[in-house]
Design a binder for this molecule. Structure first.
Ligand code: PLP
Length: 377
């Protein structure tokens, strides 16, 4: 059954359709001039020197990690993230070390929680702008500077978020983003990384395409007759169709984030009025891209039952995230009490820019009914 209110919906329209069609009609569909145009637009949007488009967010993370030479080192990251943040680290030869979130109401790793798990082998910290927020980022940045650690942002949730210290993704050495279907900036599958560091960019660009010194498009344009292979890379390239859709969708990003901000403040007001024992993490006035709206159910609430009841009322929900340190392949027995409590109690409510106020009212009403003891069945 397709829920009446899904978790998110695409904001694509004839802009994206025309962009994709143009590429299909002109006949060059693998990485080429549209990708370059998309990268220029991204670099301009973030005010950085370099942007590199990739086939996925996982690819952007892998390229960031590989170009920073993390092999053999410990790298600190949250357990409260999508597993790609950790998987790409393992593929890059690093050992993931999980830090706890600061607090269930501030579900981000912080200078304090990172300091607790530092080892002499720690080389880098990956900050995940969970749900779009970056409240602990400036303290973490100071810690990384003091300890000589590389700061990387997995800013997949935070396209276009503007924090006091700058835009999400620009506060560390590299920012990596996913443009998977449900992200604020969406190309279906895709990703990009941004950096001001020429060496990181050079290496990431090389490894994106097998360590080859030129691409098919560049050779066609007469850049080189033959290529050399100067490093061992992979095919992590985007297609021109992804890049064209990204260019069209990027134009909507600021507006999309503003609409989401408005809906989140409505959610907060209604939740405080209708279901006051449900908590909404993060301070109300914190800047964010508002990627998802996670809430904390009262301790002891049966989340599965609540989700099932909400679905019966046509409202789909999700959980961001089951903690990585409890997945079989990553479970080394460490305990992260705040992450564990958060993951047990959190519930993600539907959110997308064009959702409309009426649906927000209906979601909160469904949540109220699903939590009430008198709910039938
Ligand atoms: C925080 C985070 N990191 C990485 C990824 C991986 O991105 P992709 O699915 O585009 O490979 C995602 C995707 O959902 C994500 O949410």
């Amino acid at each position: 059954m397709k829920p009446e209110i899904p978790l998110f919906d695409l904001n694509w329209d004839d802009g994206e359709e025309r962009a994709a069609l143009e590429v299909i009609r002109n006949g060059w569909v693998s990485m080429g001039p549209k990708t370059e145009e998309y990268e220029k637009a991204l670099a301009g949007f973030y005010g950085v020197r370099y942007a590199l488009a990739t086939s996925s967010g996982t690819a952007a993370l892998l390229l960031a990690y590989l170009s920073l030479d993390l092999k053999g080192y410990d790298v600190i990251l949250p357990s409260l993230t999508f597993v790609a943040t950790a998987n790409a680290l393992v593929f890059a030869g690093a050992r993931p070390v999980f830090a706890d979130i600061h607090d269930p109401l501030l579900p981000l790793i912080s200078a304090e929680t990172v300091e607790r798990v530092l080892t002499p082998r720690t080389k880098a910290v990956v900050f995940v702008n969970y749900a779009g927020y970056g409240d602990t980022l400036s303290d973490l940045r100071d810690l990384c500077r003091d300890k000589g650690l590389v700061l990387i942002e997995d800013a997949s949730h935070a396209h276009g978020a503007l924090y006091p210290g700058g835009m999400a993704g620009t506060l560390g050495k590299v920012g990596a983003f996913s443009t998977f279907a449900n992200k604020n900036l969406s190309t279906g599958e895709g990703g990009y990384l941004i950096t001001d560091d020429p060496e990181t960019y050079r290496k990431a660009r090389l490894l994106r395409s097998h360590g080859m010194t030129s691409s098919s498009w560049e050779r066609l344009r007469g850049k080189e007759e033959m290529y050399d292979v100067v490093d061992v890379g992979l095919n992590l390239r985007p297609s021109e169709i992804q890049a064209a859709i990204g260019l069209a969708n990027l134009k909507k990003l600021k507006g999309e984030n503003l609409k989401r901000r408005h809906l989140v403040s409505l959610y907060r007001r209604l939740i405080a009025e209708e279901v006051p024992d449900v908590e909404v993490p993060f301070p109300e006035d914190s800047p964010s891209a508002y990627y998802v709206l996670p809430v904390l159910l009262p301790p002891g609430a049966d989340r599965s039952a609540v989700r099932k009841r909400m679905l019966e009322m046509g409202v789909y929900t999700s959980v961001h995230y089951p903690p990585i340190h409890r997945f079989s392949v990553y479970d080394t027995g460490v305990s992260l009490p705040n992450t564990e409590e958060y993951s047990r109690r959190t519930l993600t409510l539907p959110l997308w820019g064009n959702m409309g106020e009426d649906r927000v009212h209906r979601v909160v009403e469904a949540l109220r009914k699903a939590l009430s003891r008198s709910y039938p069945g």
